[in-house]
Design a binder for this molecule. Structure first.
Ligand code: GDP
Ligand code: GDP
Length: 435
C-alpha cells in the first residue's frame, strides 16, 4: 500500500513549490502525452526507492491571502483523515503567524507523524530565525528552501523512514479489489449497503484497528470481490464539502488500492468537473473504470435518453471514450449486479498476460503492413515487443530510434493492441526504448 503525504499550511508559504519539487517531472510528461491533464495537487514521488503519493491540500484556495480560519481547519482535518504523514510548511520570513498556531493546535492533537518545515531558508543565515517555530510545539524543525531544494533531502529521509509499509492482507492477492467512488450523495453507501446488507457498516466501524479493514469481502451471486472501504463512504460527508478538492481527496486512497473503480455519478447532475477530477486520478493510476450513472429512476426517459447521456459523458472524458457506462438505480436495485459483471470483466481483461511470441507474431504483422514513417531519411525499426510484469497492461517496444516514433504512430500501435488483445476500455501504457 502506497503511503500518502499531505502538505498543509497557510497560503504563500511555499506548499506548491515544495509539491512540485517532490513530484517527479517525468510523470508530468508521461501524463500529458497520454491525454491525462497534469494534476497540480496530486502526484507521485519516490525517495530511497520508496514510492508515495503527495497531496498539496492548499491547491484549491490558491492566491487568497485572506483565507479564513475555517477553510484551513478543513484542509488540515482532511489531511489528518486521508494522509499517512503530514508536512506542515511555515515561512521563515514572516515568522509565526496566527494561522500557523491554528494549524499547529490541530496537528498536536492527533497521532499521525507531522514534519514541521521552515521554508524559504535560502541561506544558512536564515536558518537561525526558524528557532521561533519551536513555540508551535511540534518538535524538530526542518529548514528547507523549496525553491532551490536545500534541506529537502534530510526532510525526505525522515519522512520515508517513518512510513508504515506493506500490510499483510488476510486475503489472497488474486481477488479483485473494487472501489466505489464519487461525490457525496450520489449513492455510494446505498450501493455498498445493497450489496453487503445494512449491518456491515457497523462491522467496518468497529474494525479499523488493522489496515485490512480497508477491505470488505463480497462473495455472493458468483462474485468474489474485495470492496475497498473509504473514509468517503464510512464518514458522512459534511455538507460544505461539496467542492472538487474534498471529494477528490477522499477518493485517492481507495483508488490507489483498487484494481477497478466504479465511478458513480448522479443522473440528476450529470458528469461534472469534480467527477472528471476523480476519473483522472483513476486514469493516472491506470485503474479499470466503470462509470455508473445512478438514480436513473429519477430521470424522465425516452428512447434517446441513454444515448444523450452517454455522448455527454464521452465528451467530458475524451479521449477515453471507450470506458463502459452503466445506468443504475440503487433504489430499485436495477442493474447492480450488471455493474459487478462489467467490473469483473474489466478486471480479467486488465490482468491479461500475453507471451512475447504471441505479441510479436501479431504486432509485427501489423507493423509490416504499416511501418513507422521514416523521419529525416532515417529508417525506424521496431525490433521486438514485450509485456511488462505490472498489474495493468503495459508494453515495451524496443527500436533503433525510439525518439522518432511520434504520437500518431503510438496511437496506431495502441489501437492494434486493444483490438487484438481485447483491451477496449482499459488504461494501457506503451514505452519505447532504444535497442
Ligand atoms: P503556497 O500558496 O503555499 O502553495 O505557496 P507557493 O508555493 O505558491 O509559494 C508562494 C511564494 O513563495 C511564491 O512566490 C514562491 O516563488 C515563493 N517561494 C516558495 N518557496 C520558496 C523558497 O524556498 N524561497 C523563496 N525565497 N521563495 C519561495
Ligand atoms: P453517498 O454519499 O454517495 O454514499 O450517497 P448515499 O448512498 O448516502 O445516497 C444519498 C441519497 O441518495 C440517499 O438519500 C439515498 O437514498 C439516495 N439514493 C441512492 N441511490 C439512489 C437511487 O438509485 N435513486 C434514488 N432516487 N435515490 C437514491
Amino acid at each position: 500500500m502506497k503511503n500518502i503525504l499531505a502538505i498543509v499550511g497557510r497560503p504563500n508559504v511555499g506548499k506548491s513549490t515544495l509539491f512540485n519539487r517532490l513530484v517527479e517531472s517525468r510523470q508530468a510528461i508521461v501524463e500529458e502525452s497520454s491525454g491525462v491533464t497534469r494534476d497540480r495537487h496530486y502526484g507521485t514521488s519516490i525517495w530511497n526507492g520508496k514510492e508515495f503519493s503527495v497531496i498539496d491540500t492548499g491547491g484549491y484556495v490558491r492566491g487568497s491571502d485572506d483565507i479564513f480560519e475555517g477553510e484551513i481547519r478543513k484542509q488540515v482535518d482532511l489531511a489528518i483523515d486521508e494522509a499517512d504523514s503530514i508536512v506542515f510548511v511555515v515561512d521563515v520570513n514572516t515568522g509565526v503567524h496566527p494561522l500557523d498556531e491554528e494549524v499547529a493546535d490541530i496537528l498536536r492533537r492527533q497521532d499521525k507523524p507531522v514534519y514541521l518545515v521552515a521554508n524559504k531558508v535560502d541561506n544558512t543565515q536564515k536558518g537561525f530565525s526558524s528557532h521561533d517555530f519551536y513555540s508551535l510545539g511540534l518538535g524538530d524543525i526542518y529548514n528547507i528552501s523549496a525553491m532551490n531544494g536545500s534541506g529537502t533531502g534530510d526532510l525526505l529521509d525522515a519522512i520515508v523512514k517513518d512510513f508504515v509499509f506493506e500490510f499483510e492482507s488476510m486475503y489472497p492477492d488474486d481477488i479483485p479489489k473494487l472501489a466505489v467512488v464519487g461525490r457525496p450523495n450520489v449513492g455510494k453507501s446505498s450501493l455498498i449497503n445493497a450489496l453487503l446488507g445494512e449491518e456491515r457498516n457497523i462491522v467496518t466501524n468497529i474494525a479499523g484497528t488493522t489496515r485490512d479493514s480497508l477491505y470488505t469481502r463480497y462473495n455472493s451471486f458468483g462474485f468474489d470481490f474485495l470492496l475497498v472501504d473509504t473514509a468517503g463512504i464510512r464518514k458522512k460527508a459534511r455538507a460544505k464539502e461539496n467542492i472538487e478538492f474534498y471529494s477528490t481527496m477522499r477518493s485517492i486512497r481507495a483508488i490507489e488500492n483498487s484494481d477497478v473503480i466504479l465511478l458513480m455519478i448522479d443522473a440528476q447532475n450529470g458528469f461534472e468537473a469534480q467527477d472528471l477530477a476523480i476519473f483522472q486520478i483513476a486514469q493516472r493510476n491506470k485503474k479499470g473504470i466503470v462509470i455508473v450513472v445512478n438514480k436513473w429512476d429519477t430521470i424522465d426517459k425516452d428512447t434517446h435518453t441513454t444515448k444523450i447521456f452517454t455522448e455527454q459523458i464521452h465528451n467530458r472524458i475524451a479521449p477515453f471514450t471507450d470506458v463502459p457506462i452503466l445506468f443504475t438505480s440503487v433504489l430499485n436495485k436495477q442493474r447492480l449486479l450488471r455493474a459487478l459483471d462489467i467490473a469483473k470483466d474489466i478486471y480479467e481483461r486488465r490482468s491479461i498476460k500475453i507471451t512475447t511470441s504471441t505479441l510479436n507474431n501479431i504486432l509485427q504483422e501489423e507493423i509490416e503492413k504499416y511501418p513507422p514513417p521514416a523521419i529525416k531519411g532515417k529508417y525506424i525499426k521496431i525490433k521486438y515487443i514485450t509485456q511488462l510484469p505490472l498489474a495493468y497492461p503495459a508494453f515495451v517496444f524496443f527500436c533503433n530510434l525510439p525518439q522518432y516514433i511520434k504520437p500518431p504512430y503510438k496511437r496506431f500501435l495502441e489501437n492494434k493492441l486493444r483490438q487484438h488483445f481485447n483491451l477496449t476500455g482499459l488504461p494501457i501504457e506503451l514505452f519505447f526504448r532504444g535497442k
